[in-house]
Ligand binder design. Sequence first.
Ligand SMILES: [Zn+2]
Ligand SMILES: [Zn+2]
Length: 180
Amino acid sequence: MRIDITRLKEDESLALEHDYDPKALNLELYDLHYLALLKFKGTLEKIKNALFLKGTLASKLEILCNRCLKPVPQNVTEKVDLYYPFTNQEYLETMDDVREVMILSYPVKFLCHENCKGLCYRCGASLNEDSCQCGKQAGAATGGGAFDRLKDWYSKRKKKRILNREQEKSWLIQNADILI
Ligand SMILES: [Zn+2]
Ligand SMILES: [Zn+2]
């Protein structure tokens, strides 16, 4: 928002309302999107050699859960309390500062729920919903799918070794005369 401050009088508060386009402000991230415009409502005041911009920025976002990737709508309201030196300029450009206020408000880690179970590492289904069957299959195999498979592999390997030894023995018997 570019505010004309030529008509702003000393100690006078100017009421302001402005809708910012989140895309124009480059506010969207791969996991964070705006569902509405970013609305500013507040005041601009000139006190001696300073300009004070105060108010709130509000919008509606959609953030993906960092664990299960589910989009979660969020209403956001951020306080604006900015100060600018007054140097007889005619305009005040607020875009960069508005962008900074919003970027700094973004959560470092966002979860749909503190107990979000995330995604199944095998089929990619959300473990918060009932669509993953992997756990159920492992559960049917006495809850130890991987261990059972290991046991299976070990006994097969053992059988193979016995078989090899028997083959070796029979070969030795068959070829005993050659060897002697
Ligand atoms: Zn989640
Ligand atoms: Zn699964």
